[in-house]
Ligand binder design. Structure first.
Ligand code: 5RP
Length: 215
């Protein structure tokens, strides 16, 4: 099902332009598909070092985000997505660069299998990237907000930071919760993508690929 949505996402690739590319197992399948079109795009912006290496391995030119001013499309997976197109991302730990690259993109195309579609966010532990010296403080603040945070063992982000995975949340107002989490000193990024939701979600199901939009 991930393979099917990765292939279906090629429809959204704009010829002659730069595309933003996400991180994770679904994004990896998309990179394989994108390689078949590599002569028809100007290049890509990567949301992680892993993605950058894979794109370059296929001979796709990877641009630094600071080199470009606009990018029509960003394509990435998600850990959870609601019918409102709000997402939890960061299971692969790339949430900060994913949020930055998707902020620049005109459209966010989310590619998931059907198990990722949920009524509300929070059963998947919410990743929060933190400056290492702030991890204990941020964890205490997250407990006050109703969560049970744990440092992701043996993991350092591409930005040299730690991830707190927060269990026990039932996130019914993701737009405000994303903003509140950003106010905690030491938080770099949280894995809620609600203020900038996906524009289109391609969902892999046993019956085929289904499209969901916010409208
Ligand atoms: C990485 C992410 C991924 O998009 C998310 O974890 C989904 O991964 P997968 O496609 O492997 O299920 O946010 O930081």
């Amino acid at each position: 099902m991930k393979q099917a949505v990765a292939r279906a996402a090629l429809e959204y690739v704009v010829e002659g332009r730069i595309i933003g590319v996400g991180t994770g197992s679904t994004a990896r399948l998309f990179i394989e598909e994108l390689a078949t079109l590599k002569d028809r795009i100007a290049g890509a912006v990567a949301s992680s070092e892993d993605t950058r290496q894979r794109l370059e391995g296929h001979g796709i030119r990877v641009f630094d985000l600071n080199e470009i001013t606009d990018m029509p499309v960003y394509i990435d997976g998600a850990d959870e997505i609601t019918p409102e197109m709000h997402m939890i991302k960061g299971g692969g730990g790339a949430l900060t660069r994913e949020k930055i690259v998707s902020a620049v993109a005109g459209k966010f195309i989310c590619i998931v299998d059907g198990t990722k579609v949920v009524d509300y966010l929070g059963r998947f532990p919410l990743p929060v990237e933190v400056i290492p010296m702030a991890s204990a403080y941020v964890a205490r603040e997250l407990v006050k907000m109703g969560g049970s945070p744990a440092v992701r063992e043996g993991f350092v982000t591409d930005n040299g930071n730690l991830i707190l995975d927060v269990k026990g949340l039932q996130i019914l107002d993701p737009v405000n919760f994303e903003t509140r989490l950003n106010q905690i000193a030491g938080v770099v990024t949280n894995g809620l993508f609600a203020n900038r939701p996906a524009d289109v979600c391609l969902i892999g199901t046993p019956e085929g690929v289904r499209m969901m939009t916010a409208d």
